[in-house]
Design a protein around this ligand. Sequence first.
Ligand code: NAP
Ligand code: ZN
Ligand code: ZN
Length: 364
Amino acid sequence: MDTIRTMAEGGTSARTKEVRAFGTEAATAPLDQLNIKRRIPKPHDVEIDILYCGVCHSDLHTARNEWHGTIYPCVPGHEIVGRVVSVGDHVTKFKVGDLAAVGCMVDSCRECDYCNEGLEQYCAEGNIQTYNSPDKYLGTQTYGGYSESIVVTESFVLRVPENLDLAAVAPLLCAGITTYSPLKHWHVGPGQKVGVVGLGGLGHMAVKIAKAMGADVIVFTTSPSKVEDAKRLGADEVVLSRDETQMAKYAGKLHFVLDAVSAEHDINAYLNLLRVDGSLVLVGAPELPLPVAAFSLIPSRRSFSGSMIGGIAETQEMLDFCGKHNIVSDIELINIQQINEAYERLLKGDVKYRFVIDMASLKN
Ligand code: NAP
Ligand code: ZN
Ligand code: ZN
């Protein structure tokens, strides 16, 4: 591959090489093969050959500019598992041949109060996401894991538990941490009734993790075809959320609800499930605002919050927790050439429960 020099915004230069990737040039264009540049590893960098990359609904929201702010070309993918192929001179945590993983962030300011507390996702300067963030080395936007390889500073690279299936580990890097972090922050555990809304990639990880934390889990799904699966995944009870009689039985009964729905829905129906002092945490990020009625919150002193992924140390903690409890994602392995079809199926809720791309297919 060619090695060339690229001028970054700050005037610094980085040597780069071209790698194959899959991405899109416009919100309405399908994803297709394209070439991107990766920097040659700097002293603290780890270069990873990507083996598997999970397909998050955020990839679709971003590729189609549903959150407004996508810079094209856009190469999504932030559930990355691979093997280290080179390291910079100052790297101490990884060596060539190690397994490694990268999630939703590749950097942050590393100096603000939040970064110092391990909350890099809430960095005061804004974290640098794996795709669609400014790339300070190359002056372009960052490009994600639908690609042959990635170069990341070692403090944002994670270790993969050796005992887990590699392809099924990939979704832990976003779906796993995004659900683990709020479940832990809100002290979900034994004796609590926890609702999980939306049984997709995030939702099915929330079921497994909340069960491993000792909670009673009730799944709320719009899909009758997922009822048996939800139980197999560990749910104690399953409710068809479009059935008002079933919903009424749970009014005021839950301590905590995690909402992982990707599209417009009635949030008040779920706030009403909470006990006094209960919390509903939104991790799903629909394009349009969700109206909240004052009287869904006031009479039972309920809280309505949001949560974004998790910090780097917490992501490692989650991976180790999953290693210990033998938790991975239920996946459907696809080739990169099937990505556009996979996006259409995501929109229909037709995924059980995470697409993972076998990145070897990029070489086809
Ligand atoms: P996903 O696999 O597509 O799952 C979403 C689920 O939502 C579907 O399987 C479906 O579950 C339910 N759903 C879809 N459309 C619905 C509708 N119109 N009404 C009611 N329910 C509907 O998506 P995902 O990858 O898990 O991501 C879920 C959301 O979280 C996305 O918006 C994503 O961008 C966001 N996200 C946020 C963070 C964060 O840091 N906060 C991180 C990652 C992802 P049922 O069939 O069970 O109803
Ligand atoms: Zn994601
Ligand atoms: Zn910071």
